[in-house]
Design a protein around this ligand. Structure first.
Ligand SMILES: [Zn+2]
Length: 299
């Protein structure tokens, strides 16, 4: 597999806002996990009248940290990349404190109620933005400008946000500094995800600020490697099926030998996402509706 040039470990001081660029402060929530790395990075854009991107999880310590960080600021906009429980839940609280509108693509998309596999922190189904943003929408704040870039794949409602003044892209969970991202059907969609990576390659953003992990300062080669990694994985999944490996758990055991077993359920979701695309491409056939417990064979 093509290696991905992951960025070095992030030095985190929980509870404190860190000025990471002239326009950007970051406050990392103390919710480290196998899916969130050191925790959720909430970004504050501007000074005085500010925008907040992904207020983060329901954690008292994070609420306190944001309150302290924003003591001299007026929040005018609350942006949300997508509504997983490590990103959006504090948006409601921040809104109640500030009266600022919440902005996002929309609420969460399809949910599989029978899916008990925990692949990521839960979905914040309560989140509904005050204002919907679609691809290319621009919001002007006090000295800063944010543009929405629709990047479905991780979730169908995932937005990245560009801070035009710094050509900086807040990449949410679409591109992360420390890991690949989980694509969990039905809302996660591998074809959409690959297209959303290609979309970033057409852009000329200088730095990515992911929600989890440090900044990606050379995004072009990073996204190329991310894309190549997925396409190689797709070929591996196809070749497993062609060699008679019909079941997702068996494919995961074969392909994810280097990945800790605690992440195998999540890996299974990504393999399912690849298989759905391969079925769609006419290369694989499923014995029924593609799902974790369904058998797959070559077309
Ligand atoms: Zn997420």
């Amino acid at each position: 597999m093509t290696p991905i040039p992951f960025v070095p470990a992030l030095d985190v001081v929980y509870g404190q806002a860190q000025q990471v660029t002239p326009f950007i402060r970051r406050v990392v929530a103390e919710n480290p996990s196998k899916f969130t790395y050191k925790g959720t990075g909430t970004y504050i854009v501007g000074r005085g009248q500010v925008g907040v991107i992904d207020p983060g999880p329901e954690l008292d310590s994070h609420r306190d940290a944001l309150t302290a960080a924003l003591v001299d600021d007026e929040v005018t906009h609350i942006f949300v990349t997508h509504c997983h429980a490590d990103h959006s839940p504090l948006a409601a609280w921040l809104q109640s404190q500030t009266g600022a509108p919440t902005l996002a693509f929309g609420p969460h998309g399809a949910i599989d109620p029978s899916d008990s596999v925990v692949t990521e922190e839960a979905i914040d189904t309560a989140f509904v933005p005050d204002r919907r943003m679609t691809h290319g929408d621009v919001v002007s704040g006090d000295g800063w400008t944010i543009e929405a870039v629709h990047t479905p794949g991780h979730t169908s409602n995932h937005l990245c946000y560009v801070l035009r003044e710094e050509q900086a892209l807040f990449s949410g969970d679409h591109v992360m500094g420390w890991s690949t991202t989980v694509i969990a059907p039905p809302d996660g969609d591998m074809r959409a995800y690959l297209d959303s990576l290609r979309l970033l390659l057409q852009r000329s953003d200088l730095t990515y600020w992911p929600t989890h992990g440090g900044p990606i300062t050379d995004p072009g080669p990073f996204v190329e490697a991310y894309l190549t990694h997925r396409l190689e994985r797709e070929q591996q999944v196809l070749s497993c099926v062609r060699h008679g490996n019909q079941r997702i758990p068996d494919i995961v055991s074969e392909l994810y030998v280097d990945v800790p077993e605690t992440l195998h359920d999540a890996a299974g979701r990504s393999v399912l996402a690849h298989l759905i695309k391969l079925v769609d491409d006419g290369l694989v056939v499923a014995d029924g509706v593609p799902a974790i417990d369904v058998a797959f064979r070559p077309a």
